[in-house]
Each structure stands twice: as structure tokens, then as C-alpha cells.
Ligand binder design. Sequence first.
Ligand SMILES: NC(=O)c1ccc[n+]([C@@H]2O[C@H](COP(=O)([O-])OP(=O)(O)OC[C@H]3O[C@@H](n4cnc5c(N)ncnc54)[C@H](OP(=O)(O)O)[C@@H]3O)[C@@H](O)[C@H]2O)c1
Length: 274
Amino acid sequence: MKVLLTGAAGQLGRELARVLPEEGREVVPFSHAELDVADCPAVEAALEEHAPELVINAAAYTNVDGCETERELAYRVNALGPRNLAQLCERRGIELLHVSTNYVFDGTSESPYEPFDPPNPLSVYGRTKLAGEEYVMRLCRRWYVVRSAGVYGEGHNFVRTMLRAAGEGRSLKVKDDEYISPTYARDLAGAIAEIVSRGLYGLYHATNSGSCSWYDFAREIFTLAGIEADLSPIKSSEYPLPAARPANGVLSSPDGPAMRHWREALSDYLSREL
Ligand SMILES: NC(=O)c1ccc[n+]([C@@H]2O[C@H](COP(=O)([O-])OP(=O)(O)OC[C@H]3O[C@@H](n4cnc5c(N)ncnc54)[C@H](OP(=O)(O)O)[C@@H]3O)[C@@H](O)[C@H]2O)c1
């Protein structure tokens, strides 16, 4: 199966470009510089030239706080990009897998969010990502939407930020009232490969299993890395950011792929990083 991959230089894109060929799939990767998903004629030309059977959209504008001020750019990339892909894939009979986020939820639930729970995003990022999902679900028939959370891999992410800050000897205050399931991009890529190979279209949640606060996550990073960091917990109300985040950002999926515990995945990641 030939797969056209957008956002191929991002954290998830890099892992997909590695994992999918191992599963016997031919991947045609496009970085942002090579293909802007918001540029409809360019997307059409890429589909025409490569004639893939599946498109995986790992492209997104992921700067959550940046989206609050760069609203048009956020909408172009996170909503109009998937709309272009959905319309063009439908016209050509191509399957589309689109990646989305736990930030489509408001985080007020007491339990992990299931795919059928009603979304209610708190931020521009969440709203534009939700609009992107909806375009995909409405404009093409053969779709997969895979939501994840707290993704780290080769790129700008929380794990690298923590390690860098501790290395600079900074004291760190990290929120202990916001929960997620941290997810290694390599594991997410494996889960996506599994979802695609099942061929069952629909909406999935895919994260490493278990959950923790960002503070617990930071503590585990330093424990596993053997670093004595000056780390203390803080409440989100004491640490205002431009974009509101869901307090409960934990996802679960009754029929999603089974994924290992976040601690095991983090340990694996750190053994490659350090
Ligand atoms: N990171 C997380 O914690 C997280 C959590 C939940 C869900 N997700 C979702 O997971 C997916 C992958 O995220 P990630 O962590 O891999 O993010 P990432 O590392 O920021 O990768 C996103 C990639 O998309 C590219 N991009 C931006 N605008 C584009 C455009 N107009 N056309 C084509 N490519 C464009 C970026 O390139 P430039 O950097 O060069 O602009 C970047 O390489 C996204 O859908 C994201 O919403 C991420």
C-alpha cells in the first residue's frame, strides 16, 4: 500500500516514516517545506503525481498558545488542511487518516474521555483541530481520525524542555492539577499502523496507557534520567497561559490498539535520548 504522509518532519511524522516501511508500506513523505496542506492545488498535484491509496495527515500547527494570537494560521493548517485532504481523497477514492488531539475536550469529566464523548474545546487550537476532524468525517467516506495526547518524540516537547531547563540549573514549577497520558510518538505511529491495517474506519483514541499529572510526568523524567532537579508542583490557576487546557486530558478507547504504560515508553525514549 502506498501512503502519502504530510507533516513528515514533525515528531509523529518522523516515526510514521520509520514505522510504516517496516510494515511493508511504501511511504511518500512530505515535510511542511515540501507540501503545505492548506495549499489545495499543491495537495491536488501531489495526489495526482503519487496516486497513494492512503493519506496520513500528521501536519498541524501545534503551538497551542501561539494559536490564540495566530488564529487564521491555526484555522488554515488545522481545519482547512484536513478539509482539502478530505475533499481530494474522496474525489479520488483514497483513504484518509487524520490525527487529532485531547484538546477537543473541556476536561471537566471525572473519567477518561471516550471517542463518543461530546467535544467542547477551550482554546483556538482545540477549536481548529475539532473543525479539522469534522471536515474529515463529513467530506470523505473512508476516514480514520486518531486523537492522542502529550506526544513526545524527535522535536520540541515537554521531555526535552524539562531536561534542558534542569541542565541549565533552573528551578521548575510544573502543574499538578492537569492530567494526561503521555505518549511516545513511536508508539503512536505503531498504533496508527495497526489501526490502518485493521481497515476499520472510524474515530479512535490512542495514547500510552496509564495517566499522570504534568508534575508526576516531570518527576518521572528526572528519576529515570538520574537528574536531581529543583522541581515543585504548582496549580494551573497560579500559572496562567494564553490558551486554557483541559484539567482532565486523559483519553481511553474501547476498541483502540493496546499500548504499553507511559512509564515504560518514557524509559525507552530516554534510553535513546540520553
Ligand atoms: N504534540 C502533542 O503533544 C500532541 C498531542 C495531541 C495530538 N497531537 C497531534 O498529533 C499530530 C502530530 O503532532 P506532532 O507532535 O508531531 O507535532 P509537530 O512535531 O509540531 O509536527 C507537526 C508538523 O506539521 C508541520 N506543519 C505545520 N503547518 C503545516 C502546513 N501548513 N502544511 C504541512 N505541514 C505543516 C510542521 O512543520 P513546521 O514545524 O516546519 O511548521 C511540523 O513538522 C498533530 O495532528 C497534533 O495536533 C499532538
